[in-house]
Design a protein around this ligand. Structure first.
Ligand code: NAP
Length: 247
């Protein structure tokens, strides 16, 4: 039985990941503020936790209970996809709201790192654990106006690189850049004043030329990779640069 935890399953890439995992027969625990249930009614196999991942104390409180351990008890394979993320605050330091900086670091860094540790500790003995941090090219290149986003995604890359060196034969972990995807986050980027994000026109052009990938296609590629033999060989990867994956 595959049990998958997907953060930010309410929309965008996370919603596509949850839908694809359910189609593959996995049980999914989705964590976001909003629900990821479709208008047609509850999805069989989807359990939801409504939580603001910017609230690290609330996440720590939930992780200190037994719910996660109980939910994972019958899993042979545990997948954790740390997908929830925010690109805000965008702009130079002079306009960043310090409180918003703190919330972004909590969502983009604290929550993935807390969940990774908690899942490894809660999974049943002998189960295999595969973790993806959804990173970004912005964690590997500096962009003006994206200092918080770049820094938080770079943190995920180094976390995966270090955790991959743990003495744990049951763990594989990859920080994965997914490419540019047609989601609300891209809409937010296009709505940013150029004064705050000088590279915005590059993202306007990607939308206009149809170069943003559809979330279901990225989700399928990501999951094919995550379930493949090659997963975990390199702890930092880019979905656009992967060769065909070995099943
Ligand atoms: P999106 O459409 O904005 O969706 C973001 C998801 O994260 C939502 O489900 C949202 O759920 C959740 N989330 C955000 N803040 C949260 C909070 N405080 N607590 C709980 N959940 C929260 O973004 P996306 O484009 O699908 O992005 C998914 C991931 O891909 C992110 O990590 C992003 O950095 C990365 N990425 C995206 C692109 C791109 O081109 N779109 C490129 C590279 C990397 P709620 O609002 O319901 O809480």
């Amino acid at each position: 039985m595959i049990k998958a935890i997907v953060t930010g399953h309410s929309k965008g890439l996370g919603a596509a990941l949850a839908a694809d995992l359910l189609e593959r027969g996995a049980q999914v625990l989705g964590i976001a503020r909003a629900s990821g249930q479709s208008a047609e009614g509850p999805s069989a196999g989807l359990t939801e936790l409504s939580l603001d991942l910017a609230d690290s104390a609330a996440l720590a409180f939930w992780l200190a209970g037994d719910t996660l351990r109980d939910w994972l008890a019958d899993a042979a394979t545990v997948l954790l996809i740390n997908n929830a993320g925010t690109v805000q605050p965008v702009g130079p330091l002079a306009v960043q709201d310090p409180a918003e900086v703190g919330r972004a670091v909590a969502v983009n860094v604290a929550a993935p790192l807390m969940l990774a540790a908690a899942v490894v500790q809660a999974m049943p003995a002998g189960a295999a654990c595969r973790i993806v941090h959804v990173s970004s090219g912005a964690g590997r290149n500096a962009y003006p106006g994206w200092s918080v986003y770049c820094a938080t995604k770079a943190a995920l890359d180094l976390h995966a690189s270090a955790a991959a060196q743990d003495d744990n034969a049951n763990l594989r972990i990859v920080s994965l850049a997914p490419g540019v995807i047609d989601t609300d986050m891209q809409g937010q980027i296009r709505a940013t004043p150029i004064a705050h994000f000088p590279l915005r026109q590059r993202f306007d052009a990607l939308k206009q030329s149809g170069e943003l990938a559809a979330p279901p296609r990225v989700a399928r590629q990501l999951l094919d990779f995550m379930l493949s033999k090659d997963f975990g060989r390199d702890p930092v990867a880019d979905l656009r640069q992967l060769k065909a994956v070995r099943k």
